[in-house]
Design a protein around this ligand. Sequence first.
Ligand code: MLT
Ligand code: ZN
Length: 467
Amino acid sequence: MKSSTSLATALTPAHLRFLESLFPGEGLVTDPTQMAVYGADSSRRSAMPWAVVRPRTEEQVVELLTWAESERVPLVPRARGTGMSGGAVPAFGGVVVSSLWLNCVLDIDADDFCAEVEPGVVTAEFQALTQKQKLFYPPDPASLKISTLGGNVATCAGGMRAVKYGVTRDYVLGVRAVLPGGRIVNAGGRSHKNVVGLDLARLFVGSCGTLGIFTKLTLKLLPLPEGSATVLAAFPTLADALSGARGVFRAGILPTAMEFMDAKACWAVGQIKDVPWPKETQAVLVLKVDGSNASLAAELARLEVALAPAHPLCLFKGLGAQEEEPLWELRRLVSPAGFRLGPDKLGEDVAVPRGSTVQAVEGFQAMGAEQGVQVACYGHLGDGNIHVNIFYDASDADQRSRAQACKETVFRLTLSLGGTISGEHGTGITKGPYVSWQLGEEERALMAGIKNVFDPSGILNPGKGWS
Ligand code: MLT
Ligand code: ZN
């Protein structure tokens, strides 16, 4: 047994023999070409795992965590690797634990309005199953067609519908997880309300695999809205677009989604797709409403009236999924199209109090101009959650340092407005060094204390904490 302070720095032959016996056949991966993919995520950072294991049962997870605790072997839990901050990258070494073979939907219950799933279930596939029973699981991270429910819970994934329906946290009723040493925790359950004890289930949400490994999740469901409708409007100035958004809220409308794209984001999308807005467009809003089919035409008309005082240059409406899809495709294209602005990016996801969005976006754009790098802002305007993408050429040392300086001024302005350096992507490794800019010593000490209770040896996802 290792001392309580040191983690293993590599796997020994005895460790490998143990893993081979616990994960027979393809359950254990040690070939570097196959492992490489398990060492990267959408942050475009990567590190080679020591080994990859793919449990099929909770019993295997229990044995793995018992062994890892006793041998002080770091474990890095992982799902599809769609995270954007390097949370799943084994940057500090360790065995990657993939949840993709724990992928059963155990129960979808239209009376309890809840579902029980294993963590490796793909989010969109789960949503399709719930819809067959006229049930609705609202969280919709951009990656939902490939990301998993376990990954979404581990990162508290957000998405476009958060403005009306909240984020993943709001749909987690229960978590069953295995802790270091093999202890099994059942937190929460199928009740939609529960105030007995501390809310341990929610503590796991967004903990990025640092507290335990999920084996079952209990998720809350809603009745499925009958239909939806979308408006896309282009504006002559950013301020007009943001005042249009304010007008929508002031009219008493709570949209399902309220997204925006600034001039650079609109330009980038226009480079890869025919766009419907005129050349002088400086910002675009995309709004969705949902409800009964009978009400949707009236809701669209209300949106149009609420936006009118902000002088849209043009406005397009879509009623029902088929008409809405081309409008939403334009928003979804921003992420890939952005690379027309530069070959490399620092992709940030700050959030500010809603009333500060104009000041924030104008400030971020000015910082890009000041540093001579391309900054595109877009995202979840309704939540004040702004994707600030800084494009640059990483092969040029000067551009690299100007991009970095821009990122840091973006964080400073965000914090000075009372915001957060990460609204939905988490801190992982890309924002880890900046956590202390936002969280005080007292808060970080409390978090470190909580981590210590769950994982006293620090074997779970080392280096991704909050100290
Ligand atoms: C999105 O909103 O599209 C995602 O969070 C990904 C991104 O940062 O673009
Ligand atoms: Zn987003």
